[in-house]
Design a protein around this ligand. Structure first.
Ligand SMILES: Cc1cc2nc3c(=O)[nH]c(=O)nc-3n(C[C@H](O)[C@H](O)[C@H](O)COP(=O)(O)OP(=O)(O)OC[C@H]3O[C@@H](n4cnc5c(N)ncnc54)[C@H](O)[C@@H]3O)c2cc1C
Length: 398
């Protein structure tokens, strides 16, 4: 067994990996190297309860957990290079560089938010949400805001729109695709989510993009759309996704997946990179499936399951049984949930729709590939066993 584990990154993947290693009886040193100044915290509340309530930090573990578990947590410590041949990483902390040796290295460095690419991205009042500090900076401005524009109707954009609307701000969401969440859920189901926003009073403008952000005295005052329309705004939330910032892997020889395959750190179906004793988990990792197809996934459950699987391998424990991919998003009072791995072009079968809450199946070549619902938690979870095996969609529609 390895004599030490070093984890690059200090978020969900890092915390769950360390916790599972100790849970599996792994007693050798574990070190978490985190670029952040906060101990590992949970990100889903950042676009939800942290914006709507004065919630404190959403720590993943109690403050004493790491010390009590013999896990060294080095904060404000960025990994800037990896040398697999020498089995060490180089960190930067307070302007000082240090070599940290490892027996096994796990890369769990997540994503950096993609900034607005046009003019005005630096104006005050323009926000992104990736860190706790980002969310608090946005929350601090909501009280004084009257009109907000959210750029991008992906999950984080939709959740930010719901939170701002709930706080009484007049919100317009701008999305170039034909419907919110169209890339993840398809146009029809994305339209169902869009109607939740309209009902709550948020405007959604699809099929158009933002060309630039306008401002005076250094503060945002509006956004200009593709057709030159200007929407006044005293707050802008940029929710156009994130990317794995892997500059620290340059020269390491560790393979980065091609962009059409999702980018990120290329791994096999158990999270092993091509470098000996180096794994990757979470949003930055791109694991192959059993057929060798690559997919990078940016979901909480996915990260936890990868951390559990990698911890079992490192601690030489039996591997956990395969599970069904799962994602949730809270918008207004409803939980939107997706089970399975539907792909663009899958057939959609709406089986329950009361104008607000809904449930739908996805299928490909007659086989169930996923289930999506809003406000239908029990019914959705009941379909889970059908996704562990090949289930003909016809069996569920009769
Ligand atoms: C606002 C928001 C809302 C979300 N809501 C949901 C949701 O409702 N449902 C859901 O399923 N998922 C949700 N997610 C996604 C989920 O939080 C992520 O999938 C999960 O956090 C990924 O874990 P991770 O460990 O890969 O990355 P992260 O949790 O992002 O942690 C990565 C850490 O690595 C650090 N780091 C980066 N580079 C370096 C470096 N070179 N050296 C050292 N440290 C470094 C970062 O600072 C960060 O602390 C949400 C994400 C966000 C941002």
């Amino acid at each position: 067994m390895t004599d030490s584990v070093v984890i690059a990154g200090g978020g969900l993947g890092a915390s769950r990996l360390a916790e599972n290693l100790r849970g599996n009886g792994f007693t050798a040193p574990i070190t978490i190297l985190s670029a952040e100044s906060h101990p590992p915290y949970d990100r889903p509340p950042l676009s939800k309860s942290v914006l709507t309530a004065d919630d404190g930090r959403t720590d993943l573990k109690a403050p004493d957990f790491y010390a009590e578990s013999g896990i060294e947590l080095r904060l404000d410590t960025r990994v800037v290079a990896v040398d697999p041949a020498a089995h060490h990483v180089v960190t930067e902390h307070g302007g000082q560089r240090t070599e940290v040796p490892y027996g096994t290295l796990v890369l769990a460095t997540g994503l950096a938010p993609r900034p607005f690419p046009g003019d005005g991205a630096d104006l005050a009042g323009v926000h992104m949400i990736r860190t706790y500090d980002d969310a608090v900076a946005l929350r601090d401005e909501i009280g004084a805001a009257q009109r907000a524009v959210v750029i991008g109707a992906g999950f984080i954009g939709c959740e930010a729109a719901a939170s701002l609307t709930t706080r009484g701000v007049d919100v317009t969401v701008i999305e170039p695709a034909p419907a919110p969440l169209a890339a993840a859920l398809g146009e029809e189901i994305g339209g169902f989510v869009g109607r939740l926003h309209k009902e709550a009073g948020a405007a959604i403008r699809t099929g158009t993009g933002v060309t630039r952000l306008l401002g005076g005295d250094g503060r945002v005052s509006g956004v200009e759309l593709d057709d030159r329309t200007v929407l006044p705004a005293d707050l802008v939330v940029v929710g156009i996704g994130g990317y794995p910032d892997l500059a620290y892997l340059e020269g390491s020889g560790i393979e980065i997946a091609d962009r059409p395959e999702g980018g990120g750190i290329a791994c096999d179906e158990r999270g092993r990179t091509g470098a000996p004793d180096v794994y990757a988990v979470g949003d930055a990792a791109n694991w192959a499936d059993a057929q060798g197809n690559r997919r990078r996934v940016e979901h909480w459950n996915h990260t936890v399951e990868q951390a559990v699987l990698v911890a079992a391998q490192i601690a030489e424990h039996p591997l956990p049984a395969p599970t069904v991919p799962y994602f949730w998003s809270d918008q207004y009072d409803l939980k939107v949930q997706l089970l399975g791995s539907p792909r663009a072009g899958d057939e959609v079968h709406v089986v329950d729709d009361d104008g607000r809450k809904f449930l739908a199946y996805y299928s490909r070549d007659g086989i169930l590939t996923g289930v999506v619902g809003a406000g239908r938690v029990g019914k959705l979870m009941k379909t889970r066993p059908h996704l562990l095996i090949e289930t003909p969609i016809a069996d569920l529609l009769t």
